[in-house]
Design a protein around this ligand. Structure first.
Ligand code: CA
Length: 423
């Protein structure tokens, strides 16, 4: 099925949509509510949200494999259960209805009011996440961490160039943008102490990541190949995988991170479909040594998505601290999914896969404070004259992302979270 919604010639009758981050070629899905009303599935167009429950009730999707109840839900999962082709057909239909060629819906909309201004809605966590897996797929990030904490001459561990390294994270603490994060407490072992102490983390950090959300995968025991992977990916979001570096340093041996990572992970509220990103597909970094056969792939498997991180504080507006790009990732999503399932592990509708911190090649493109301030040795100057080595109480971390090509911008919106003092 063709992705007609991606046609760059399409223009929308929704005022302001064409040159926004949410033009007709984007149409990301999310969960919204108006005041204290019930949650529903919406699609973003310009500064408006299209209420899909209302659209379905009016019969606009009658010939598509969806029921009105699929859109009157607290999460996108029920609708995602219908799979890739159903979602593609729906997105094509919505593009058709919102296009300047479609005067009849424009007239109908005046009557029905299926478009709601963003200012009047509250966005919610879009997906009921079953399992959350976090990868470690940026070579620059893994190298920086290796230089800082192990051996500068052998920064990458021997398995890193062979395996898309990952671990199982925690789904219960994945929260939506705009939810505050509370500084975690835990065991910390200061360098000059013989024993650990129990205290609020002193090294709360962000991790600039992107997450992808899966459709239902295959049955337990079966694998998804790199060639099939895209059929199982619904879309992408911005993802701030909050980390407490001092807790992490003490606890991570031998089983990896635990409480340093599971106190909060923040995701953006609009899921941009993989379909919408197709025009921005690009090559991935060369992989040397040659990967094992199940990790080989054909075609363009990465995406050119500009990313940035800013910090805002009560006494200064946001200040950009990093600019990176999703395309720097060494291991792509198809390889991650192929690796995740190669042993027969099943993925399910609504699983979340984090990319791992996305660091670029230059020191202003690193995806964490740990790297930007280089383990605290190069503090970052803020507009009010203060410095940051890590994130302070009452700081807000804002991540944004967008693709741009031929005058069309596909935006992800933002993931914004404020760090509150420890309880
Ligand atoms: Ca992470």
């Amino acid at each position: 099925m063709q992705i007609t919604a991606n046609n760059p010639a399409l223009r929308s009758w929704v005022a302001g949509a064409d040159h926004s981050e949410f033009p007709i070629q984007n149409l990301p899905f999310g969960i919204f509510q108006v005041a204290e009303g019930s949650k529903r599935v919406g699609v973003r167009i310009g500064e408006q949200v299209l209420d899909l429950a209302q659209m379905a009730a009016y019969g606009y999707f009658q010939d598509l494999p969806f029921a009105t109840s699929d859109f009157s839900q607290d999460y996108l999962n029920t609708f995602m259960k219908k799979g890739k082709l159903a979602v593609r057909a729906l997105r094509n239909r919505i593009a058709e209805l919102l296009s300047t060629d479609n005067k009849s819906f424009q007239l109908a909309n005046d009557k029905h009011g299926a478009l709601i201004p963003c200012a009047n809605v509250k966005m919610a966590l879009p997906v009921q996440i079953g399992d959350y897996t976090d990868f470690y797929s940026s070579k620059e990030h893994a190298t920086n961490i290796g230089i800082m904490f192990r051996d500068p001459t052998n920064a990458l561990l021997p398995n890193w160039l062979w395996i898309p390294v990952g671990y199982h994270g925690r789904a219960s603490s994945v929260i939506a943008s705009d939810h505050p994060v509370i500084r975690p407490k835990g065991q910390i072992k200061p360098d000059d102490n013989a024993d650990p102490i129990f205290a609020p983390s002193r090294q709360v950090d962000f991790e600039l990541e992107m997450g992808f959300i899966t459709f239902d995968g295959k049955a337990l025991g079966q694998s998804i190949s790199t060639a099939e992977a895209e059929d199982y990916i619904f879309g992408l979001c911005l993802f701030n995988d909050w980390s407490a570096r001092d807790i992490q340093k003490w606890e991570y041996v031998p089983l990896g991170p635990f409480l340093a990572k599971n106190f909060a992970s923040s995701m953006s509220c609009w899921i941009v479909t993989l379909d919408a990103l197709q025009p921005f597909a690009c090559t991935t970094p060369d992989q040397d040594p040659e990967v094992l056969s199940y990790l080989k792939f054909e075609g363009l498997k990465s995406y050119d998505i500009n990313l940035e991180v800013a910090i805002a504080a009560p006494n200064f507006p946001e200040h950009t601290v990093s600019k990176s790009n999703f395309k720097y990732m060494y291991w792509n999503m198809a390889q991650q999914l192929a690796h995740h399932t190669v042993n027969g592990c099943n993925v399910r509708c609504g699983d979340l896969m984090g990319s791992g911190t996305i660091s670029g090649p230059t020191s202003d493109s690193y995806g964490s404070m740990l790297e930007l301030a280089w383990k605290g040795t190069k503090p970052i100057q803020m507009p009010d004259g203060t410095e940051r080595r890590f994130i302070q109480d009452h700081d807000t971390v804002i991540m944004r992302g967008h693709c741009a090509k031929n005058g069309i911008i596909i935006g992800f919106g933002e993931v914004r979270s404020k760090l509150l003092p420890a309880n």
